[in-house]
Design a protein around this ligand. Structure first.
Ligand code: PEP
Ligand code: MG
Length: 595
């Protein structure tokens, strides 16, 4: 009998193959008793050597990551280097060796355990991310001290396999042999965790948050991994394998068909243009977005410039990253979002206190306004990047809840402009400032907000979670996280109307725009622009080019009268199904569920 586990889709693609369970455990340290006073110096030396060796290894991995994936991605190893330089960890261990006559490995194990227990009294994602890094550091140093092979070697094996693990660390992910690993399935993790981002960069299908998968699967068990649907099937029947092979075949065929659309205009059959832009997380993704037919960037998430960093990126480093993206699109809008920190993204240098409800806490524009030094460095970099290109680089602020936040941002911008002028630097003659509409509060006060910004971009990923009170990262609630809930549909309609009344552009950059039914609904609401991940661009262009705006508007009218999510989906499917074979859409399996 096969067993099916659903998790969070982290990187698309379907693979079928034998599982290799990576029990990447911290090695057990043997109890060898205490050491003599004469042995102390030798043990301290061994510890320092192991730490140096670990740092060298990490730097090497970092170099490799920089070459294969880019400078920004490589920065995620910084916290591990910082830990190995942290006096509290290293000197604390030495104190145990000297004071308690412990071996280097026992003392290190002990000190790390203390760090761990101090950190693990929380479900805070920032701390959990750091725990992950700590485990990576611990394993590496202990393996060295115990004379064991490096952890990554454990992930190397003969033949191709689907890697199953409790959790992947970034360093393991980059060390995987891409010729051997077909896909990655993990018990923990979220779509935005570093390893998921790396899996997408490496084009490795991946599903995360699969609960107890690594306990259920044994080495050699055959598994199907569907990174688009977020599903793993253990020991599938021949029939199931055939179904997934067919699905894979259909998706590939469909993708080939879609490639041809990349350079066609995103216009509905009745002549309504819907701008189609791309969401990117890393500057290097801009090229792929363009190749897939994006007409600009609708959302560049700049957090990945800072997450996992020990110190904030300098103004020049940011300037270069923003220019890199702007240069790919010299004649289309490039919307750069200011740091959306907090929630599930935490840089080490902010020293954020653990919070009970990080998504309802110190997050996004709230953090920026409270940390003017960080915010203004970013605003200055953005203004300089805007001034240095002829392109349409726009600034967008996340999770706006009220007008005062926009006004405060404008005040910072005015001061940054004055500073730059005084320093003799180029400043832009004009630029657009937009607000992300991601909370019910912003949605309901959209008419007021619209008076103070140049555009809206609706972040449905957050708007859905805040409207429905359903945590977007909780796979247990995935069924309840429904962007087609009538409450969401009505809010979206209101925001689109408020933007239109004020004469400003309304864009949608949440995942619902990447869902064919969602895109159809948004076209019907007369949303002017959709921004989706590079892999969804072609499919959404196909939707735009297949439908009549007038029909989509009719479907929206009916959807607004619907009383349940199922009715909304039914209404939209009935209309879209008349012009597109819904079964053929690659996201079809997800049409009625999560966006
Ligand atoms: C959103 O909330 O829809 C969004 C696009 O932003 P993020 O997913 O980065 O929160
Ligand atoms: Mg958001």
């Amino acid at each position: 009998m096969s067993l099916v586990r659903d998790g969070i889709p982290a990187s698309p693609g379907i693979v079928i193959g034998p599982a290799r369970v990576l029990r990447w455990e911290v090695p057990r340290v043997p109890h060898t008793g205490t050491i003599t006073s004469e042995q102390i110096d030798g043990e301290v030396r061994r510890l320092l050597d192991a730490c140096e060796w670990a740092k060298d290894r990490i730097r090497e991995i970092q170099r490799r990551a920089a070459e294969t994936m880019g400078e920004v991605e490589a920065q995620i190893f910084e916290p591990q280097l910082l830990m190995l330089e942290d006096a509290d960890l290293v000197q604390g261990t030495i104190d145990y060796i000297r004071g308690n006559h412990m071996t280097a490995e026992r003392a290190f194990e002990f000190r790390v355990l203390e760090w761990e227990s101090a950190m693990s009294h929380t479900s805070h994602p920032m701390v959990l991310d750091r725990l992950n890094d700590l485990a990576d550091v611990q394993t590496r140093v202990l393996r060295r001290l115990l004379g064991l092979p490096d952890a990554a070697a454990a992930a190397r094996t003969e033949g191709k396999f689907v890697l199953v693990a409790r959790e992947m660390t970034p360093s393991l992910t980059v060390q995987l042999d891409p010729d051997a690993v077909m896909g990655i399935a993990t018990d923990l993790g979220t779509r935005t965790s570093h390893s998921s981002i790396l899996a997408r960069s490496l084009d490795l299908p991946s599903v995360v948050s699969l609960g107890d998968l690594s306990e259920l699967v044994k080495d050699g068990d055959e598994v199907i991994l569907d990174g688009r649907a977020g599903r793993v099937v253990i020991n599938p029947s021949e029939e199931e394998k055939e179904t997934y092979r067919q699905r894979d075949f259909q998706i590939r065929e469909w993708e080939q068909e879609l490639v041809l659309l990349a350079h066609l205009e995103p216009v509905t059959r009745d002549g309504v243009r819907v701008e189609l832009r791309s969401n990117i997380d890393l500057p290097g993704e801009a090229e792929a977005a363009r190749a897939h037919g994006a007409d600009g960037v609708g959302l560049y998430r700049t957090e990945f410039l800072v997450v996992g960093r020990g110190s904030p990126p300098s103004e020049d480093e940011q300037f270069r990253a923003y220019r890199q993206v702007a240069d790919v699109f010299p004649d289309a809008p490039v919307v750069i979002r200011t740091f959306d920190l907090g929630g599930d993204k935490f840089p080490a240098f902010l020293h954020m206190q653990p919070e009970e409800n990080p998504f309802l806490g110190w997050r996004a524009i709230r953090v920026c306004l409270d940390e003017p030094a960080i915010f203004r460095t970013q605003l200055r970099a953005l203004l300089r990047a805007r001034a240095s290109t002829s392109g349409d680089l726009r600034i967008m602020i996340p999770m706006v809840n009220e007008v005062s936040e926009v006004l405060a941002t404008r005040a910072h911008l005015a001061e940054c402009l004055a500073e730059l002028r005084a320093e003799g630097k180029d400043v832009p003659e004009s630029f657009q400032l937009g607000a992300m509409i991601e909370t019910p509060a912003a949605a309901l006060t959209a008419p007021e907000l619209a008076r103070h910004v140049d555009f809206f971009s609706i972040g449905t990923n957050d708007l859905v979670q805040y409207t429905l009170a359903v945590d977007r990262g909780n796979s247990r609630l995935a069924k309840l996280y429904n962007p087609f809930h009538p409450a969401v549909v009505r809010l979206l309609h209101r925001i689109a109307g408020a933007g239109r009344d004020a004469g400003i552009e309304v864009s949608v950059c949440g995942e619902v725009a990447a869902n064919p039914l969602g895109a159809f609904m948004l076209i019907g609401m007369r949303v002017g622009s959709l921004s989706v991940g590079p892999s969804a661009l072609a499919e959404i262009k196909k939707v735009i080019r297949s439908v009549h705006h007038a029909d989509a508007a009719l479907a929206v009218e009916e959807a607004l009268a619907a009383g349940t999510p199922a009715e909304v989906v039914q209404v939209l499917s009935a209309h879209l199904g008349q012009v597109l074979d819904l079964a053929k859409l690659t996201s079809a399996w997800n049409l009625s569920g999560q966006a």
